[in-house]
Design a protein around this ligand. Structure first.
Ligand SMILES: [Zn+2]
Ligand SMILES: [Zn+2]
Length: 281
């Protein structure tokens, strides 16, 4: 089944980290958030079962670390049933090819992300001129060429269900990426938001390093459609999530999450949208 999968030509290790790197937080008994350098992955499924999935696949070069974290939680030689991607940016697919080879599991993403996962289309260039800090300035080094998962990548079912994630549904939350999705579980109102919004000002290297918790719109240097991004945040706030794991920053829950999301919706143009940048109109 496996034709040769490959990363883009610009795939490379990114030397950025945070004090949370290597730390896992159990947000719920069946929901682990683990930080790889500056990005979060999730393991969804209770540790006493074999039915679990990995959401997102970390930074370039992180596959072995992700395998270790998985085996620590679910046992030696355990493997998820699938890998679900919130979107295909380099910091969410960094280890995916090695993981697919090691585990032999399918990868699911929104159909609109498929071109970026099957070698057909590059993401737009990151914008180093966007209003923001050092991470924005260093963004030209970030890979934006598509990876090619060949036939290991599949589109999510169009009915909103997510394979191997009973109780969860995917919600299309474009703006940061065309096929960006968030994952929501009605029962306990748990949300995996990807980069639709994040809880750290991802443009600022020192805030990323210290992981200072602060609601923020999607990372600016890679967001190309701010109108859609705003609608996506409105959509997620309306779900009234009780706990959220975002692609970057600490998990947030309860009253702080409610008030922070309200604030982000009401002040989106001030908080999230940059003053200037090539994707701001
Ligand atoms: Zn992203
Ligand atoms: Zn990201």
């Amino acid at each position: 089944m496996n034709q040769e999968m490959e990363y883009g030509n610009d795939y490379r290790f990114i030397p950025a980290t945070s004090i949370r790197s290597g730390i896992g937080t159990e947000v719920l008994p069946d929901l682990l958030c683990y930080t790889v350098q500056i990005v979060n992955i999730c393991l969804v499924g209770s540790p006493d079962t074999e039915d679990f999935v990995l959401v997102d696949a970390g930074m370039p070069g992180s596959a072995n670390e992700i395998i270790s974290v998985t085996e620590e939680r679910y046992g030696v030689n355990s493997r998820p049933k699938a890998i679900i991607l919130t979107h295909g940016h380099f910091d969410h697919v960094g280890g995916v090819i090695e993981l697919v080879k090691h585990w032999g599991v399918p990868v699911y993403a929104h159909s609109m992300e498929m071109p970026f996962l099957t070698g057909q289309k590059s993401y737009p260039e990151p914008d180093p001129t966007v209003e923001g800090g050092m991470v924005a300035k260093m963004s030209p080094m970030f890979p934006n060429e598509p990876i090619d998962l060949r036939n290991n990548a599949q589109s999510l079912p169009s009915d909103g269900t997510i394979p191997h994630m009973p109780g969860f549904r995917w919600i299309h939350t474009p703006g940061h990426a065309p096929g960006h999705i968030s994952l929501f579980r009605e029962k306990d109102r748990a949300l995996i938001a990807g980069d639709a919004f994040v809880t750290v000002k991802q443009e600022y290297l020192y805030k990323v390093f210290t992981q200072e918790q602060e609601i923020s719109g999607p990372p600016r240097y890679l967001t190309t459609d701010w109108k859609a991004a705003k609608q996506s945040v409105i959509k997620l706030a309306a779900l009234k999530p009780a706990a959220a794991i975002t692609g970057h920053g600490l998990p947030m829950s309860g009253e702080l999450l409610t008030t922070s999301l309200e604030k982000l919706v009401n002040e989106f143009d001030q908080i999230a949208v940059p003053e200037y940048g090539k994707y701001v109109n």
